[in-house]
Write a protein that binds this ligand. Sequence first.
Ligand code: 6R9
Length: 635
Amino acid sequence: MSNYHIKHLEEYYQVYRKSVRNPEGFWEEIAEEHFIWRKKWDKVLEWDFSKPEIKWFQGAKLNITENCIDRHLATRGDKTAILFEPNNPDEPSEHITYKDLYHRVNKFANVLKENGIQKGDRVCIYVPMIPELAIATLACARIGAIHSVVFAGFSATALSTRINDSDCKMVITADGSYRGKKTIDLKGIVDEALENCSSVKTVLVTKRINSDISMKEGRDKWLQPLLDNASNQCKAEIMDAEDPLFILYTSGSTGKPKGMVHTTAGYMVYTAYTFKNAFQYRENDVYWCTADIGWITGHSYIVYGPLANGATTVLFEGVPSYPDFGRFWQIIEKHKVNQFYTAPTAIRALAKQGTELVDNYDLSSLKVLGSVGEPINEEAWHWYNDNVGKKKSPIIDTWWQTETGGIMITPIPYVTPTKPTYATLPFIGIQPALIDENGEELKGNQVDGRLCIKFPWPSIARTIWGNHERYKDTYFSAFENMYFTGDGALRDEVGYYRITGRVDDVIIVSGHNLGTAPIEDAINEHPAVAESAIVGFPHDIKGSALYGYITLKDVGESRNHQNLSHEINQLIADRIGPIAKLDKIQFTLGLPKTRSGKIMRRILRKIASNEMENLGDVSTLLNPECVQNIIDNRL
Ligand code: 6R9
């Protein structure tokens, strides 16, 4: 078990040095000892960031579900793999053992095959947080179909864009979903989306809320009868190490969402290894990540990473506020959760409720607290540490991205001393670099710059689906021979990293990455709008919220601004989803622009954040006069 479970700081440094000195040797040893392969690799790594091309474990053959399920059957067959906790606390939780999971994934995989899905086909999964979501995902992997999970809170337009981008042949969905007190008509959203998706031949529908929905003849099928008739044995498709495992869409700063492509072997090795170490998972621990499987956090650290380690992973359908704000704490007590992984936005929302609810529950099972999705501010960090961890459970502030597949910078709990707001040290095998505006690497400590990674790690996304050029432009063109993350960071006097936030036009609202461009596109669709610019401003719960500056075509427009704001937000909700609605809308006479016509968001950002003292020199603008007007009418 060498190197697989780091236990103290000295060992971390030792293993880290080894992983950097000889990455191929290091990852080969991990891959060799902790996974099952149908055939071993011919070459551990081949890479060229200028193309860019990255291949790990070339020539190897495997199926990730054999690693996540089959191999545990002998020793952990009756152990709970997935612990499902429903939205309604009065509904019983469900313990799905590794044996059950094996049978359910196989049945589902057979249904996919019977409905014409083959290796390499894309399957869109638009399912709420119920066991079928994880099972459908694994069933695709079982037969080598490429899954594209779309968060089941996205709108019909967002769903159809994603389905069309990767020509999905099938959509898996549910009749509806529960979200706290509400129900959502998922099938209705799918029907609307599919009006514009000709590639989809079949829709499989699982029952969750028993609503009365319409089924389209020849296209839509109820899942349950098909599962009932399917065999619970399904041979795993033998995949190449570099065969795509899934596509997951993430917002870019411009244009349509990017379908990040993750491949099989490297993704498996890295998510499994990071899961084991970043959470210090021990046999019989109960682990809970509150993310949705529709995000990368759910893919890597609800499904693949935990299952590859034979862990028990909690899958929660509901929301932190239902039936009251004690729900998370109640679940921790009920299932004696040992590792709890959530987002700063949730922590801030819960902190706002005071400590009475959290003090009502027995949280003594907790050993590790995780944070992910955005920088965790000092106040939230302390609240989490004091009231949830009772100062006994280390907080791991894990920095990573959809593109990185797994955790990149994090403390290792009980190993790395933590420091509030710092993601601390690079994970084993990760070689970060901070780069200044001139493209020079900043050496030494106490520096800040753009965060790049110098060397490939096994779970780096290999391309953007259908657009390798964009992959190259976005991540490998800013600085030569480096992967550019889009984030800024500083390195303190002991070498700890603190992520300072995005340096591009992505705004993180409640942990969701939102590109400004698609939101502006939606606003500009409104017939009264001439142009718009979106910026983020600090928000005490969401982290950042959206501030929209909108210029109307007819500036003397007498229409009621309140109604207009409402219509604009409705448009955004339809095109992107309610998460992208604007908190503030200011109607402006014009937007500050450079002489080349680029909107100066930097100025708008400062005004939105009430930092008017240092706007910088505005005299070089094309229209400096509009700045004062914007300040005067600031919301
Ligand atoms: C896993 C995930 C990626 C972006 C990333 C950064 C921000 C994530 C963070 C963090 C500071 C952390 N981010 N974790 N910033 N500290 N611990 O969130 O993936 O949805 O692709 O977002 O989120 O800006 O670049 P994704």
